[in-house]
Design a protein around this ligand. Structure first.
Ligand SMILES: C[S@@+](CC[C@H](N)C(=O)[O-])C[C@H]1O[C@@H](n2cnc3c(N)ncnc32)[C@H](O)[C@@H]1O
Length: 242
């Protein structure tokens, strides 16, 4: 079943997702760090550290949003990064950040759809995505495209929310996620649907082995899964066949 942000409205998941991120773009960074109590920054660092052994990589950050993962990649890998996203307002925030930090020489962002990436086959040493894949309209198509633009032997790192499995953390987390987070997010962003969509989309999204199966179907070879903070998020490392 496809989970869309605005259930009572018409439009594809993709157009609704772009509209939702356009709405919340000015508050996105604040809410991200506030609602996760800053843990999201640690997860991004860990995700990028998995690419440290690639010399001078060219990196594609899919669903780059406000650019935090791209910035982390540039900082830790001293590499060039291209970021793409379907939300122009998120990209505007990213562009302002890059200009403010003097990073435009190393990181560029542009409009682009994960399901139809505007790049040649076998172009990138690494493709990264944080909290993006869950929002794709067609997950298989998005992952297949990400695999296509990777060089043979290239690495893909996906950071995405997952579902904690164990009592009592699972129950506590689900209570926060289903009741407190939608309320807080709704009040601050003024888009209640966006923060109701967040838990709904996470709870219905494949995680763990199920996500690895999606990677295999897209042509990738799963290497390792790294559960974060008792399973709230998972980092999936995979490789394109040589
Ligand atoms: C939760 S944000 C994550 C942003 C950023 N990666 C981060 O770590 O904060 C999800 C982003 O995915 C983008 N997105 C959703 N579907 C997309 C698609 N098909 N192609 C490119 N970007 C997409 C949204 O516009 C949004 O900016």
């Amino acid at each position: 079943m496809t989970v869309k942000p605005y259930k009572s409205e018409a439009g594809s998941k993709k157009s609704q997702v772009a509209g939702m991120f356009n709405n919340i773009a000015p508050k996105y960074d604040f809410l991200n760090h506030f609602l996760s109590m800053g843990i999201d920054k640690i997860w991004r660092k860990r995700a990028i550290n998995l690419l440290k052994n690639i010399p001078n990589p060219l990196v594609l950050d899919v669903a780059t949003g406000t650019g935090d993962l791209a910035i982390e990649a540039n900082k830790r890998l001293q590499c060039k990064v291209i970021g793409v996203d379907i939300s122009v307002e998120m990209l505007k925030v990213a562009q302002e950040k890059l200009e403010k930090r003097g990073l435009t020489e190393y990181i560029s962002v542009k409009e682009g759809d994960s399901e139809n990436l505007p790049f040649e086959t076998d172009s990138f040493d690494a493709v990264i995505v944080a909290f993006g894949v869950r929002n794709f309209e067609n997950l298989g198509k998005g992952l297949t495209e990400m695999c296509r633009v990777l060089k043979p032997g290239g690495k893909m790192v996906v950071l995405e929310f997952s579902k904690p499995a164990y009592f009592p953390f699972k129950q506590l987390y689900l209570f926060y996620f289903r009741h407190i987070l939608p309320w807080l997010g709704g009040v601050i962003s003024k888009d209640k649907d966006a923060y109701t969509y967040l838990p709904e989309s996470v709870l219905s999204f494949p995680d763990g082995e199920d996500f690895d199966n999606e990677l295999v179907a897209a042509g990738m070879k799963p290497v390792k899964r790294y559960k974060q903070t008792m399973g709230i998020a998972t980092i999936y490392l995979s490789e394109k066949q040589q």
